[in-house]
Write a protein that binds this ligand. Structure first.
Ligand SMILES: NC(=O)c1ccc[n+]([C@@H]2O[C@H](COP(=O)([O-])OP(=O)(O)OC[C@H]3O[C@@H](n4cnc5c(N)ncnc54)[C@H](OP(=O)(O)O)[C@@H]3O)[C@@H](O)[C@H]2O)c1
Length: 211
């Protein structure tokens, strides 16, 4: 299948693109600086900015069949990128008739009662942006979404093992998050689901089968 990745120059995206290519997919790698994308036989760098209008985004999506949102502004541009940019990308996907939509979010994004006392109070504005973007996807689109919510991302090697929907927040090696995002495509039972994740003891495919 052909995937569109928003935020394709990011840390998660780089691993995700490699996983998708290994699984035989084709990738349209959407980035503000497409020259940053590692090119490959089935990877097409595409100029893309979450500040764009919906119609411009829709044109960039072209003939993609799946959209991944793995972009983020690292707290610098939360309203325009992490929130409104995310919403416009959903609208662009619907304009293009794309159904499958996978959004990278974060633990407790939709549970504001858990933001205080968990360390998340330090990133309140980020949480708010993610909460409303996640709610928009669920409440205001007809997309076949999956929302994946990891805790802190770590630049460590893959373990291949995770825990899902444990109710807790924990650390996540970036390659495990990327692999989980890629594997979601294989499990239709993950459609219309919000899945929290952290490092754990279950094989990724077993964990996803169980949701
Ligand atoms: N850090 C954590 O512990 C953590 C935990 C849970 C969830 N998350 C979520 O995971 C996401 C991905 O993490 P990451 O470490 O891969 O992030 P990252 O390395 O910062 O990558 C984010 C990408 O988003 C792109 N971006 C920013 N503004 C954009 C815009 N206006 N238009 C298009 N692209 C834009 C950036 O592009 P440029 O290369 O052009 O700057 C960057 O390549 C985060 O954004 C966050 O929402 C993070």
């Amino acid at each position: 299948m052909k995937m569109f990745i928003a935020g394709a120059a990011g840390r998660v995206a780089e691993e995700l693109i490699a996983d998708l290519i290994e699984d035989g997919h084709e990738v349209l790698a959407g980035a503000r600086s497409p020259e940053k994308i590692k090119t490959g036989v089935k990877i097409t760098p595409v100029h893309f900015d979450l500040h764009w209008e919906v119609a411009e985004m829709a044109a960039a999506l072209a003939d993609a069949e799946v959209v991944y949102f793995v972009a983020g502004s690292r707290g610098q541009d939360l309203l325009q990128t992490d929130l409104f940019g995310a919403v416009k990308l959903m609208q662009a996907a619907e304009t293009q008739g794309i159904k499958r939509y996978i959004q990278l979010s974060s633990t407790y994004s939709m549970e504001p009662e858990k933001w205080r006392g968990t360390g998340l109070e330090k990133i309140m504005n980020y949480n708010i942006a993610k909460m409303f973007a996640d709610h928009w996807l669920i409440d205001n689109t007809q997309l076949d979404y999956t929302i994946l919510q990891p805790g802190s991302l770590e630049e460590t090697t893959a373990t291949g093992k995770i825990s899902v929907n444990s109710g807790a927040m924990g650390l996540n090696p970036i390659p495990d998050v990327a692999k989980t995002l890629a594997e979601l495509l294989k499990y239709p039972n993950t459609i219309k689901k919000v899945i929290s994740m952290m490092g754990g003891s279950d094989e990724i495919d077993e964990a996803l089968k169980s949701v």
